[in-house]
Design a protein around this ligand. Structure first.
Ligand SMILES: Cc1ncc(C[n+]2csc(CCOP(=O)(O)OP(=O)(O)O)c2C)c(N)n1
Ligand code: SF4
Length: 346
């Protein structure tokens, strides 16, 4: 990487959102949620204190995976489902890069599901942003692993008969240390989350509910519609009580082994009874429950749900290589070749 530093000019040492936009024509449909997510990322990047040439955006295949073309950073448009493998390798070989994987629900959880869970388990220090439109957009509307049960699509004309994956459940179940959720139009929260994801050392997974206006319009409307969103989403912030609602009059308590929605001022509940969000709890129990909250029984949790510190894969790998080198009886490859039984072929 030291090689690249000679190309930095002073403007690039303190970039602005505009500096992160490439000169490529953005070919997403007008109104697609991808535009807002990209804007939020471009706005958040200058606040990370990382020079532009230290960012790498890696993707697989899908509408969302066209993302690296639109970024004026290093990037790699990979093959379907393999973005996680490419991102893991990029980070492991270049630990000083800030690596971002941009992926769809199909790309990451269908064909790429295996790679995704193992990167999360290993805790490679990459940031994975899942654009969840509950459909395959690029291939014109087949159902995906996150499509709702019963969803009628081009490949499920009578409705799906499969239970969908909930990304939070999958990621936390795979030993994920960082999981956050948001919706495409919430620019401010998204910027906050991207900054937290970058600060977190280890795999950060951010699920963003994204609207595909063409093949799955309004699939998230139940929770994103302006009329109801405050009553149907709860913004979780570390250290703050779990309170929500247009009138800030509802909250979450733990009753027995279950979360429960309560109304403040009713049945004797006050703000003091509410759970206070602790994103750093090692035990995944409560985080799993929060990530699994579904409308209409619960509000859907957005914000950073889980952020637990742990050693990263690449740090462990570096340590292991150093230790093995220190203890090795071989100083160079020649020593190795001339060790043990050797024969000369004449
Ligand atoms: C090996 C392989 N299988 C299938 C495809 C076809 N294909 C391209 S994109 C895609 C799904 C994309 O859906 P998603 O990841 O949800 O992204 P979106 O387009 O919705 O952003 C599929 C199945 C392919 N390109 N390569
Ligand atoms: S098909 Fe859907 S996901 Fe793809 S660019 Fe258009 S609106 Fe976006």
């Amino acid at each position: 990487m030291a090689e690249n530093t000679k190309y930095i000019d002073t403007k690039e040492t303190s970039p602005s959102p505009k500096d992160f936009k490439s000169d490529q024509e953005v070919r997403w449909c007008p109104g697609c949620g991808n535009h807002a997510i990209m804007n939020a990322i471009q706005k958040a990047l200058p606040h990370m204190g990382i020079p532009r040439e230290k960012f790498a955006f890696i993707s697989g295949i899908g509408c969302s995976s066209r993302f690296p073309y639109y970024m004026n950073t290093y990037g790699f448009h990979g093959i379907h489902g393999r973005a996680t493998a490419i991102a893991s390798g990029t980070k492991t070989a270049n630990p000083d890069l800030s690596v971002w994987q941009i992926t769809g629900d199909g790309d990451s959880m269908a064909i790429g599901g295996n790679h995704l869970i193992h990167a999360v388990r290993r805790n490679v220090d990459i940031n994975i942003v899942i654009f969840n439109n509950e459909i395959y957009g690029l291939t014109k509307g087949q159902y995906s692993p996150t499509s709702k049960l019963g969803a009628k699509t081009k490949s499920s004309p009578y409705g799906t008969i499969e239970n969908p994956f909930h990304p939070g459940e999958l990621i936390i179940g795979a030993q994920g240390r960082f999981f956050a959720r948001s919706v495409d139009t919430n620019m401010n929260l998204n910027q906050e989350i991207f900054l937290e994801a970058e600060k977190h050392k280890g795999t950060s997974v951010v699920e963003i509910a994204q609207n595909c206006v063409i093949y799955n319009d309004k699939t998230h409307a139940e929770i994103t519609n302006k009329k109801y969103k405050e009553d149907r989403q709860i913004v979780l912030r570390h250290g703050e009580p779990m309170i929500f609602g247009k009138n800030r009059d509802k909250g979450i308590v733990l009753e027995g082994l279950k979360l429960k929605v309560v109304e403040l001022g009713k049945d004797g509940y006050t703000e003091d009874d509410l759970l206070v969000h602790d994103a750093t709890l090692k035990d995944p129990g409560i985080h799993l429950m929060l990530a699994n909250m579904q409308y209409p029984n619960y509000p859907v949790a957005v914000g950073v749900i889980r952020a637990v510190k742990d050693e990263t894969y690449e740090r462990k790998l570096e340590n292991q290589i150093r230790q093995v080198k220190e203890q090795s009886e071989f100083g160079c490859v020649d020593d190795l070749l001339h060790s043990g039984n050797t024969w000369e072929v004449k």
